[in-house]
Design a protein. Structure first.
Length: 227
């Protein structure tokens, strides 16, 4: 994705400069920060297209940083790079709103391919249908708002993308891997666990209309039905 502006946050100076050089060779515009505090300051002052964050950082950690980023911008892709490979870390990071989680060591080609998946997806956001009717709910995808007579819910970016996918496939069984590949760009175990968390949240949001069912289809995926 040519000329995309990247916020790269990595406290290992050698690795940070290697990644920066490789990305700039591929015509990305890269700003490198070595700690979470300066990265957050820059994020508030500068417009970026994508963020690549280490988790273990001086000052604010990557996990603290993504919470602040998501409060300010629900749409910008955020990729974690980390030496921590515990499943709990991956699931936690993805649930906080990360789009991907890459374990060190990794190839620059892998990083670039994953970045481009999310940058292409962001470019398509303006082309999607904005408003859906789900039983007694109205869902505005662009505003990430789910409205019912008993109250409204402001969705996260991931929740809105998942619900939009279901709305485009009402009464159709959709495969887990199709959702994961579309929204996360991969269908590995950890992203699947994160998807389950989001599905549970969406079910709670839709509980006011008993005619709506978001069902697990064993060994296949899910189906959103309106009776």
């Amino acid at each position: 994705m040519k000329s995309a502006k990247v916020l790269l946050v990595e406290d290992d100076s050698n690795l940070g400069f290697v990644i920066k050089d490789h990305l700039e060779f591929r015509e990305f515009v890269v700003t490198l920060c070595a700690d979470g505090d300066s990265a957050w300051k820059l994020f508030q002052e500068t417009e970026f297209d994508i963020c690549v964050l280490d988790i273990m950082l001086p000052g604010k950690s990557g996990l603290e940083l993504i919470k602040l980023i998501r409060d300010k911008n629900e749409y910008i892709p955020v990729l974690f790079i980390s030496a921590r490979s515990l499943s709990e870390d991956k699931i936690h990071g993805l649930t906080l709103g990360a789009d991907d989680y890459i374990i060190k060591p990794f190839s620059i080609e892998e990083l670039v391919l994953r970045m481009e998946v999310f940058l292409r997806r962001i470019k398509k956001l303006s082309l999607v249908k904005d408003t859906f009717i789900i039983g007694s709910y109205q869902f505005n995808y662009k505003d990430q708002l789910l409205v019912h007579s008993l109250g409204s819910v402001k969705l996260t970016k991931k929740e809105a993308e998942i619900l939009k996918f279901f709305c485009s496939n009402i009464n159709i069984t959709v495969k887990r891997e199709d959702i994961l590949n579309l929204i996360w760009g991969d269908d590995d175990y950890f992203m699947g666990r994160s998807l389950d968390v989001y599905i549970s949240r969406i079910r709670r949001y839709l509980k006011h209309d008993p005619a709506i069912e978001l069902a697990n289809i064993f060994a296949v995926g899910f189906r959103l039905t309106i009776k």
